[in-house]
Design a binder for this molecule. Structure first.
Ligand code: TPP
Length: 641
């Protein structure tokens, strides 16, 4: 086995071309084995095996810097840079991360996770290098999907003009998560068909034979030939026109050609872009045929490609189905996605209303402002974006939507802790940053039905609104059977103490009992944590009189209902799946202080002010004291004091 001998990039450099080809196949098999067990990003990693081997053959990390855009395709790089065995625990609690992490290895020169950052980071490193008189290479490896992001285009604009030595490897597999879209993609497709590199390369070789050695003469010749070809073959060569030397396209599964183009690029000064053509899912036929399904996957059987655990209905699906239902009767409703139609549940909407569906590329900022434009002219745009990717569009939410009070419905999918994708993907900050924004209404449903009700309510609201919901499904333990009508800024009392008689508003699993000596407690929760609150109340109700309030709205907040309850019980806990700063707990603290409520015991359960690493959601909830048992233990201790 070749793979067992690879402990560092130095080991790659010793291999013959034939051995590298064998290694590529072994790496593919190894990644397939692990991802089918652990889940993770498959197609993109299978697509960059040869490219990564070639990069490590020519460059020397950590001196040379390779920034992996998004970073989901860095498994091969991790294997080669000393983490072969660690890969078995990738994305698991205490295992290595699914994305590059500077604190995991010196070979990971920059953390990534969100798309389109690599060119900016590599350019920054290149400028720092130049200022310090160093000579290392700075390389950004970016996909054609990530190239649709505004940041990437901003960086190209700057880098092209800068004349700085930087190499952009454009890994073009014609796919984002699903089929890539947009004008740039069309432009790339004209380049793909040009076979430019092969022809230039032949000429380079011919000239090379005539000249001894590789030196400045060669560089000049390459550049002259390229210029000639540019005129000859590609009209309006965007990359060259903005200051890059364009090399390619090159077959991204041919190690020999890749190495040779990388060597050529090393001889050329200034910003270079190497156009590499790869196949997403390469080598595993099932993924080649369904690259989107295997972009990020849960564990599956290698033989059939079938998931080991059948997919349950989740919030995204419920959202997508309800939106289709609402859109049937309202032709103003349009849906916008930033390259995430499957993840956010919009695939059905696209099928049913192709004219009212807009995939705008990995461009969350543009998605929100474009939606604001549509809202301004009378449409009702619904824009589902994952919580952590919403961070990108914060100014657009403030400046373009909220300030103009436009009715854009912003659905925050994957809100709260998401698990194995780790710190770049955890959605714990959205309540905190959205709460600051005037004019926004912020809601979170306790279950699927409430999500449907909130969406229906939002469509009629005619104001900017945020609805946040988690990854996955609703609670399997608590089933809510009653759903009060949604009213703006109104909480829902799920369990109430009336004249010392607990009235359980659940019709199932209810048990009513009173004792005058019992202490009283208000539990206020929001979103998915409402089910946990209810379950906790059922656990402790023998010893404690409990009121459970489903906040429903973080903003506007139902001060009246909650003050009444707090005054009744004097003991309050809040439970939320967001950061401790500026969420539900903070809202209650402010409420207590602003209204001068006295002698109140308050305990807030939320994620701490830190970035939450990878692990399963259950494991992370336990670590941060948000699981049912930890909350009960802490609450009981407080009540017994
Ligand atoms: C800001 C942001 N939005 C969305 C995503 C989700 N996402 C992860 S990978 C990906 C597609 C990337 O496509 P491409 O860059 O072509 O890489 P490929 O997977 O095809 O190799 C998307 C949309 C993200 N990581 N960051």
């Amino acid at each position: 086995m070749m793979l067992e001998q690879i402990n560092s990039p130095q080991d790659i450099k010793k291999l013959t071309l034939k051995q590298k080809k064998e290694l590529a196949e072994e790496i593919r098999k190894y990644i397939l084995e692990i991802v089918s067990e652990n889940g993770g990003h498959l197609s993109s990693n299978l697509g960059v095996v040869e490219l990564t081997i070639a990069l490590h053959s020519i460059f020397n990390v950590p001196e040379d810097k390779i920034v992996w855009d998004v970073g989901h395709q860095s498994y091969v790089h991790k294997i080669i840079t000393g983490r072969r065995e660690d890969l078995k625990n990738i994305r698991k609690l205490n295992g290595i991360a699914g994305f590059p992490k500077t604190n995991e290895s010196e070979s990971d020169c920059f953390n990534t996770g969100h798309s389109s950052t690599s060119i900016s980071a590599a350019l920054g490193m290149a400028r720092a290098r130049d200022l310090q008189g160093k000579h290392n290479a700075c390389i950004a490896v970016i996909g054609d999907g990530a190239l649709t992001g505004g940041m990437a285009l901003e960086a190209l604009n700057d880098a092209g003009f800068s004349k700085t030595n930087i190499t952009v490897i454009l890994n073009d597999n014609e796919m984002s998560i699903s089929k890539n879209i947009g004008g740039l993609n069309q432009f790339l497709s004209t380049l793909r068909s040009k076979k430019l590199y092969t022809r230039t390369n032949k000429l380079i070789k011919k000239r090379l034979n005539a000249i001894p050695g590789i030196g400045s003469k060669l560089v000049k010749i390459i550049q002259r030939i390229k210029r000639a070809f540019k005129q000859l073959v590609v009209k309006g060569m965007f990359f060259e026109d903005i200051g890059f030397t364009y090399l390619g396209p090159v077959d991204g599964h041919n190690i020999e050609k890749l190495e040779s183009i990388l060597k050529v690029s090393n001889q050329i000064e200034g910003p270079k872009i190497i156009h590499v053509l790869t196949k997403k899912g390469k080598g595993y036929q099932i993924a080649e045929q369904n690259p989107d399904k295997f972009h990020a996957t849960s564990p599956f059987y290698v033989k059939t490609g079938k998931l080991k655990k059948a997919k349950q209905t989740d919030y995204s699906k419920v959202f997508g189905n309800k939106l289709v239902e609402l859109a049937k009767n309202n032709d103003k409703i349009v849906a916008v996605t930033a390259s995430m139609k499957d993840g956010t549940g919009l695939a059905l909407f696209q099928q049913k209303f192709p004219d009212r569906f807009f995939d705008i590329g990995i461009a969350e900022q543009h998605a929100i402002t474009m939606a604001a434009g549509m809202a301004k002219e009378g449409m009702i745009p619904v824009v589902p974006i994952y919580s952590s990717f919403f961070q990108r569009a914060y100014d657009q939410v403030i400046h373009d939507v909220a300030m103009q009070n436009l009715p854009v419905i912003m659905c925050v999918d994957r809100a709260g802790v998401v698990g194995a994708d780790g710190e770049t993907h955890q959605g714990t900050l959205d309540m905190a940053f959205f709460r600051l924004v005037p004019n926004l209404s912020i809601m979170a449903p306790k279950d699927f039905k409430e999500l449907e009700d909130m969406l229906e309510f939002a469509v009629k609201l005619n104001k900017p609104v945020v609805i946040r919901y988690p990854r996955g499904g609703e609670s399997s333990k608590i089933k809510f059977v009653k759903h009060e009508k949604i009213e703006i800024g109104k909480a829902e009392i799920l369990k109430e103490i009336v004249d010392n008689i607990e009235e359980d508003k659940l019709t199932t699993k209810s048990e009513q009992e009173t004792t005058s000596v019992k202490s009283k407690l208000t539990i206020i929760a929001i979103g998915k944590m409402v089910a946990r609150a209810m379950s906790i109340a059922q656990e402790i109700q023998e010893n404690v009189d409990v009121e459970v309030i489903n906040a429903r709205f973080l903003k506007p907040f139902d001060d009246k209902t909650i003050i009444k309850s707090i005054n009744k019980t004097k003991n309050v806990i809040t439970i939320e799946d967001g950061t401790i700063i500026n969420g539900l707990g903070t809202t209650i603290k402010e409420l207590i202080s602003d209204n001068k409520l006295e002698n109140i015991n308050l305990q807030c359960f939320a994620y701490p002010d830190e970035f939450i690493k990878h692990g399963s959601v259950d494991e992370l909830e336990k670590i941060y004291g948000l699981d049912e048992k930890s909350i009960i233990d802490k609450t009981t201790a407080i009540l017994n004091k």
